[in-house]
Design a protein around this ligand. Structure first.
Ligand code: ATP
Ligand code: MG
Length: 300
């Protein structure tokens, strides 16, 4: 299938979830169960996902060879929304050398001795690489906002903690992202949007499967009580930080196959706009190649 045709086909699975302006964004306008009329049974989704991941693998080789742009993929979600599985599937064809994955958990004592961006800034992708943040600096306006006792542990000077702190943090994040994009980092942010009911189903399934018990945590179940607070925090974060250069994708997450398709499609579409090519070989290099070939042919 020609690339143009694939691009046309995937566009309708990206566009509805692509947020570039936050002002009018409301989470309630988005349905976690949406599949855009696509039916898994028909095999079209699997086919598109496979083409998407193969394509991404090719583009990543060029990204690496060019060594100019870098790509930062941010994944945020409630537990059991499928971050790990999505990352695994979407990046399945990509050369591991060109890819760096960081999973951010609770901050260490050393992290807490610094400004909140410190640990994330240290992990940004090098030029030519794809960096994946499995959770990110957005936790600083999500979990920290929902559980304000975490903010206390950050030991900010008292006069700096006011009612405006969340708006200030969101503005700092937006500026930080502007800065990064001006440095050649392409930023895509994915909120895997899961419904509370589907989360419950997935937790129950984990309890039924011994091979999934390691993923079970009582704290995760407890966290369900704060669902509405989290949704509010997500909405505020998306409203304040969605932009053309660092868009959010509010990806329906009640159907894992659809989540993966939308994420793969969004990445492919974006990378395609970079118009990547392998670096041009100049006349001097061409001569060197001819000479090297001759030298190798002469070897006994
Ligand atoms: P898994 O799929 O394995 O459950 P996970 O990303 O949920 O992956 P966990 O170790 O279960 O990993 O959870 C990490 C926890 O760390 C989350 O509850 C998250 O909210 C918390 N966390 C991440 N960043 C911060 C932060 N900056 N401050 C406080 N807590 C944080
Ligand atoms: Mg977890």
């Amino acid at each position: 299938m020609p690339r143009k045709e694939i691009l046309d086909r995937i566009h309708k699975y990206v566009e509805p979830f692509h947020i570039t302006k936050g002002k009018r964004f409301r989470l309630k306008d988005f349905d976690p169960g949406e599949t855009c009329g696509l039916n898994l049974a028909k095999g079209e989704a699997a086919d598109l996902l496979q083409r998407g991941t193969e394509w991404l693998a090719e583009e990543q080789e060029m990204l690496y060879a060019q060594d100019r742009w870098s790509l930062l993929l941010v994944f945020q979600a409630m537990d059991a929304a499928g971050k790990d599985g999505t990352i695994k599937h979407v990046m399945s064809g990509v050369n591991p050398q060109g890819c760096q994955v960081f999973s951010f958990k609770q901050p260490s004592a050393e992290d807490l001795d610094h400004d909140f961006m410190w640990r994330y800034a240290k992990s940004l992708p090098e030029r030519g690489r794809i960096g994946i943040f499995n959770r990110s600096y957005y936790e600083e306006v999500l979990v920290v906002r929902v559980h304000q006792e975490i903010l206390k542990r950050q030991r900010l000077p008292d006069p700096l903690i006011s009612k405006r702190i969340w708006d200030e943090r969101l503005a700092d994040i937006a500026h930080f992202e502007d800065y990064l994009t001006r440095q050649g980092t392409i930023i895509l942010k994915f909120f895997l949007h899961l419904s509370r009911d589907e989360q419950k189903k997935r937790f129950v399934k984990r309890l039924d499967r011994p091979d999934k018990h390691w993923k079970f945590s009582t704290a995760d179940v407890h966290e369900r009580r704060y669902w509405d607070d989290y949704m509010h925090a997500f909405e505020e974060a998306i409203r304040a930080t969605a932009s053309e250069q660092a868009p959010w994708f509010v990806v329906p997450a009640d159907n894992k196959w659809f989540t993966r398709l939308v994420v793969a499609a969004a990445i492919v579409e974006t990378v395609e706009t970079l118009d990547l090519t392998y670096p041009k070989v100049d006349a001097k290099k061409k001569k060197e190649i001819v000479a090297a070939r001759a030298a190798l042919a002469k070897e006994k």
